[in-house]
Write a protein that binds this ligand. Structure first.
Ligand SMILES: Cc1cc2nc3c(=O)[nH]c(=O)nc-3n(C[C@H](O)[C@H](O)[C@H](O)COP(=O)(O)OP(=O)(O)OC[C@H]3O[C@@H](n4cnc5c(N)ncnc54)[C@H](O)[C@@H]3O)c2cc1C
Length: 295
């Protein structure tokens, strides 16, 4: 299937979607229906997370393969190295290749409560840059490798500057593009891109955009991943927190405004965190397509 490196090179602007593996069989069947709705939006690619939020790791490759075979849309499989040995990662990469999946988002993953010391002692990887280097060596140029970027700095990082240097390491190890953590202040993204360009990183940095559909859930998630919730977001969503219809509508309006500004200022694409729902992203894409190019 097409490499994301080529897609990102050939298009001025890409739209992509992220889903996660449901925990139950019923949820998996529902996701297949949702993927049908998503496919009608003609995204450039759809990615599927790996183990995030306790999701089912085994399903990631099933879902990625399904996206490609049922809808002929390039899929990107997320892969985390926490808890895996090199031998296991090699076996997963073999399976990825046998399923014709050419795009991988290489991540460390969140550390389990009991910690992870796989790097030296258990034939594992400490950081995602090590995983990137391993994938690049094992798969060569047959695959595109993306990595995670953190406009506000990763929660464990000492500073935004230190975190930008980590990103440089990932790129030097062989990463082709970056997908960012969600953020609400676009200036954080623009500053981040500037910081990375100053370090000589010229890879596409695709902003990740959350479609807000649950105020409390969003706050919990942001706390976990270190994303600041702006006063504007609180002011918009707190008063309507108990009105699902209004939240969906306001979530769409907020995302449209955020995306228009990102696009106007040169973002190479938008990656939507869909939470496995097609309704909001369909509205956002419709609104973005209808907007005049210069707006
Ligand atoms: C777009 C996106 C998709 C994601 N998808 C998933 C998913 O599918 N499944 C999942 O479990 N999680 C996912 N995550 C979350 C991610 O796994 C966590 O944020 C994790 O804590 C960090 O992963 P990383 O790949 O950035 O790690 P790393 O790049 O390894 O960084 C981890 C920490 O170590 C520091 N560090 C890295 N290298 C060095 C070094 N050489 N020396 C000192 N410090 C260093 C970094 O600054 C950072 O604080 C995703 C995040 C994003 C932004």
């Amino acid at each position: 299937m097409r490499l994301l490196t080529d897609i990102l090179k050939s298009k001025q602007l890409t739209f992509s979607l992220e889903v996660f593996p449901p925990k139950t069989e019923k949820g998996y069947l529902r996701l297949q229906e949702t993927l049908g709705e998503m496919a009608r939006l003609n995204p450039d690619f759809i990615s599927c997370t790996y183990g995030a939020g306790g999701g089912n790791r085994e399903r990631t490759l099933d879902i990625a393969a399904y996206i490609q075979t049922a809808h002929n849309i390039p899929a990107m499989a997320h892969l985390t190295c926490v808890g895996h040995s090199r031998t296991q990662i090699r076996a997963i990469l073999d399976e990825i290749r046998s399923r014709n999946i050419s795009n991988i988002l290489a991540l460390r993953g969140d550390l389990p409560a009991e910690g992870w010391d796989g790097a030296a002692t258990r034939d594992g990887f400490r950081y995602s840059s090590e995983l990137v280097a391993f994938i690049r060596e094992y798969c060569g140029r047959d695959c595109s490798i993306g990595v995670a970027g953190f406009p506000e700095g990763h929660v464990e990082a000492k500073s935004r500057e230190a975190d930008a240097l980590v990103l440089k390491e990932k790129v030097l190890a062989g990463a082709d593009f970056v997908i960012t953590q969600l953020f609400f202040n676009n200036s954080d993204y623009f500053d981040y891109v500037h910081r990375l360009r100053e370090l000589g990183i010229n890879k596409p940095i695709v902003p990740g955009i959350l479609l807000i559909r649950d105020y409390q859930g969003m706050i919990r998630f942001c706390k976990q991943c270190g994303t600041a919730v702006s006063d504007e977001v609180h002011a918009l969503f707190k008063p309507i927190a108990d009105d699902p219809g209004k939240i969906l509508k306001t979530g769409v309006e907020f995302a449209v405004r955020q995306c228009l500004d990102l696009i106007k200022n040169g973002a190479p694409g938008i990656h939507f965190y869909t939470l496995n729902k097609a309704d909001q992203v369909a509205e956002v894409i419709k609104n973005l397509s209808a907007a005049p190019p210069s707006s």
